[in-house]
Design a protein around this ligand. Structure first.
Ligand code: GDP
Length: 371
């Protein structure tokens, strides 16, 4: 209606025209109306939306850009398949330049520490992987304290981190702390050997130990079950603290919970490694070819290799790093600080007659803020 008509129409007629117009509008464009109200709701919602819900994305983007690092130690008697397993786990050849010693050279051999570092990238995520190998462990005629160079190495990395953390350039600290130690147990014994017990006891407060039964293809399933049981009992008996898988969250889905249960029941993992690809049932797989058949590394019916790989890389890498930082490094740091303060107190007692003042107790206002 034009403005000329509007001015002469009585109020009642005007009302009915407006109602009719609204009806027509609604009938002609019901979706636009719905969209409008939805938009209004969104606007209202946006008024209450601060934006911190994007924090996980920001953290994700930043950590992907920075890249990840992980340090894995492998230890155990030579010839138990450590290098082969590491190559199978990360699909790389980390031991190209390895020199194998003969028996004579090994008589007085001391344990060496050899580091291999590779940068791996998968779907844009970069991982700097460091493998710390310990050739010579358990190889000499006298193996007394052969774990000493290994514990020293772990302590040195903690010390370096502690120094860097207390220094000026804290932003660019290179973290060389050992996040996990795969300890290889021989499949040929009847459980743990004394050197295994001593090694694990010497290291369990410093690093996450994951015990493995090496070369599991040398045993039949019932023997593996028995050996696992025996090792579990001995670990308990000698008070060895191996890496404990964290409790599964109650809100996880049933499939994840089942996987978690199976993972815990399978420890210590019985593993098989291979550097060769063979053909099994028309498929190319990593495996070991015997005259009587093929042992497939990634077949869960043959061994626990997949469980170990999933645990190390897909599900527990972050937890292994957290436990290293929050438990093992914290222990080291607390001991260091304790030693430093006790030395300082002793020195002060000798050199200065002034008593060390106790720390002031915080007033209630500060206490409230701290809480
Ligand atoms: P390392 O000295 O502990 O690093 O042992 P290596 O990885 O060099 O392996 C020593 C030998 O054992 C090599 O001949 C490997 O082919 C073999 N080997 C490695 N892994 C396995 C396995 O899972 N089962 C069997 N039966 N042999 C293996």
């Amino acid at each position: 209606l034009g403005p000329r008509w509007l001015s002469v129409l009585p109020a009642a007629v005007m009302d009915s025209i407006i109602i009719q117009e609204r009806l027509v509008e609604r009938l002609l464009s019901p979706r636009t109306q719905a969209q409008r109200s939805h938009l209004a709701k969104l606007k209202d919602h946006e008024k209450q939306y601060v934006g911190f819900a994007t924090l996980p994305n920001q953290v994700h983007r930043k950590s992907v850009k920075k890249g990840f690092d992980f340090t894995l130690m492998v230890a155990g008697e030579s010839g138990l398949g450590k290098s082969t397993l590491v190559n199978s786990l990360f699909l790389t050849d980390l031991y190209k330049d390895r020199k194998l010693l003969n028996a004579e050279e090994r008589i007085n051999q001391t344990v060496e520490i050899v580091k291999h570092t590779v940068d791996i990238e998968e779907k844009g995520v970069k991982l700097k992987l460091t493998i710390v190998d310990t050739p010579g462990f358990g190889d000499a005629v006298n193996n007394t304290e052969c774990w000493k160079p290994i514990t020293d190495y772990i302590d040195q990395q903690f010390e370096q981190y502690f120094r860097d953390e207390s220094g000026l350039n804290r932003k660019n600290i290179q973290d060389n702390r050992v996040h996990c130690c795969l300890y290889f147990i021989s499949p040929f014994g009847h459980g743990l050997r004394p050197v295994d017990v001593e090694f694990m006891k010497a290291l369990h407060e410093k690093v996450n130990i994951v015990p493995l039964i090496a070369k599991a293809d040398c045993l039949i399933p019932s023997e593996i079950r028995k050996l696992k049981e025996r090792i579990r009992e001995e670990i308990d008996k000698f008070g060895i603290k191996v890496y404990q898988f964290p409790e599964c969250d109650s809100d996880e889905d049933e499939e994840f919970k089942q996987q978690d249960r199976e993972l815990k029941e399978s420890a210590p993992f019985a593993v098989i490694g291979s550097n060769t690809v063979v053909e099994a049932k028309g498929q190319r797989v990593r495996g070991r070819l015997y005259p009587w058949g093929i042992v497939e590394v990634e077949n869960q019916a043959h061994c626990d290799f997949v469980k170990l790989r999933n645990m190390l890389i897909r599900t527990h890498m972050h937890d292994l790093k957290d436990v290293t930082c929050d438990v093992h490094y914290e222990n080291y740091r607390a001991q260091c600080i304790q030693q430093m303060t006790s030395k300082l107190t002793q020195d002060n007692r000798i050199e200065s007659p002034i008593p060390i003042l106790p720390l002031p107790t915080p007033d209630t206002e500060t206490e409230k803020l701290i809480k």
